[in-house]
Design a protein around this ligand. Structure first.
Ligand code: HEC
Length: 153
């Protein structure tokens, strides 16, 4: 009934008494207040969720990095077998890094920057296609971690 009235106030308001009308208006305003409040709460919960997912990713990403990447990469600017990865999320856009992690060989074939990297590499090692980097969630996690080592000198 109240929904019907919201949609067609002019139609239906004439049928109800003044006191009913007042009550209805009160109900409607409190309903709107509630909805607003619910939206605020929802927004708040979602933002907390977003922040905690990102920090969960960073922790998971650091673990992956320590286990799978540190043989060849350092988390500062110094090269090891591969380039130091500090600042890499500044140098390259996220999509490039994601594609490179998923399939480095393909990128070295088709992407100019990846070729330059390969050619400038003095070691006889190349960026491997790591099985776990086939998983988009793990790539995202490691990238979240790489973002945090952006400005370490
Ligand atoms: C066996 C050594 C090795 C391992 C292990 C390795 N990489 Fe690499 N990585 C390289 C080399 C070497 C390059 C430079 C390109 C080339 O020569 O293939 C490179 C390049 C990169 C680049 C591009 C750097 C730039 O300056 O643009 C990123 C990003 C990267 N690696 C991330 C990772 C991550 C993340 C892991 C772990 C999940 C990892 N690598 C594991 C050897 C390795």
């Amino acid at each position: 009934m109240s929904l019907y009235l919201i949609r067609r106030p002019n139609f239906e308001f004439n049928w109800i008494s003044d006191s009913d009308r007042l009550e209805l208006v009160e109900k409607l305003t409190s309903l709107r207040g509630d909805q607003m409040f619910n939206k605020l709460i929802l927004g708040f919960v979602l933002s907390i969720f977003a922040v905690s997912t990102a920090s969960a990713d960073v922790a998971a990403g650091k673990k992956i990095f320590d286990q799978s990447c540190t043989y060849c990469h350092k988390s500062d600017y110094d090269d090891k077998f591969g380039p130091g990865l500090a600042g890499v999320t500044d140098r390259r856009d996220i999509e490039w890094i994601d594609k490179f992690l998923e399939n480095p060989a393909e990128m070295i074939k088709s992407d100019e920057y990846a070729q330059t990297l390969k050619e400038g590499n003095d070691y006889n090692l190349t960026m491997p296609a790591l099985p776990e980097m086939k998983d988009p969630a793990k790539r995202q996690a490691v990238i979240e971690y790489l973002k945090t080592i952006e400005s370490i000198d």
